[in-house]
Design a protein around this ligand. Structure first.
Ligand code: 3PG
Length: 212
């Protein structure tokens, strides 16, 4: 799938669950719960060693758009792509990481919260960036102000977002989607509370249609 196709799919769902898995065995049931909740998307972060196997398990299902998160190095890009990741998210903008994604033909979503960082991303051919950490970087007002000089640049705010402020971000025309971990809390994942995850996910999905 092309970068545009992936961005279109993320933009259609409007939400990117940020998943941290301690055990790759949780990946398949978690994906099932996300699908049941109406959100067949997952960003599996490289914050844990389980990430590549978890990405592999979710990708193998064929019904979930799976990306890698917290990708900090070129080696992690290679691992993510080998496991089947269709997009690669980083907290900041690294030329090496972005260029490796481009070599693989995989969408890179690097982080940017300043005009200088957005310009650095644009110079690398990236027109959609993760705005992270959104809450402590000024929230929706900061996204709106930053977007003003960059017509056409898309933002995926992540960090400190939840049901209470999701609509503020989604109301902005520059916001393609919003990322967050609130639908997939670690305690529910580790407890195997798939029904709880499904319910949180469904509630989040409902907010994207009624709350913005
Ligand atoms: C991320 O890795 O993108 C963020 O840590 C997710 O932020 P949240 O946990 O505040 O939703």
């Amino acid at each position: 799938m092309s970068d545009t196709d992936i961005l279109d799919r993320l933009g259609a769902h409007r939400l990117v669950p940020v998943v941290v898995l301690d055990d790759a065995a949780h990946a398949d049931p978690l994906a099932k719960a996300l699908v049941a909740g109406g959100l067949p998307v997952a960003e599996v972060t490289f914050r844990t060693a389980a990430a590549p196997d978890a990405i592999r398990a979710m990708s193998a299902r064929g019904d979930v758009l799976v990306g890698a998160g917290t990708v900090l190095t070129v080696a992690q890009v290679d691992q993510a792509v080998a496991a089947g990741a269709q997009f690669v998210v980083s907290p900041g903008t690294s030329r090496a990481v972005v260029e490796r994604c481009q070599e693989h033909g995989v969408l890179a979503l690097p982080g940017a919260v300043t005009a200088t960082e957005v310009m650095a991303a644009l110079e690398l051919g990236v027109a959609t960036v993760k705005f992270f950490p959104a809450g402590s970087s000024g929230g929706a007002a900061a996204v709106a102000a930053l977007a003003a000089p960059f017509g056409g640049v898309g933002f995926v705010p992540t960090g400190g977002i939840g049901p209470g402020n999701l609509a503020e971000y989604l109301a902005l025309p520059s916001v393609r989607a919003v990322g967050g971990s609130w639908m997939v809390p670690k305690d529910l994942v580790n407890a195997g509370d798939l029904d709880g995850i499904r319910a949180l996910t469904a509630a989040a999905v409902a907010l994207t249609t009624t709350g913005s």
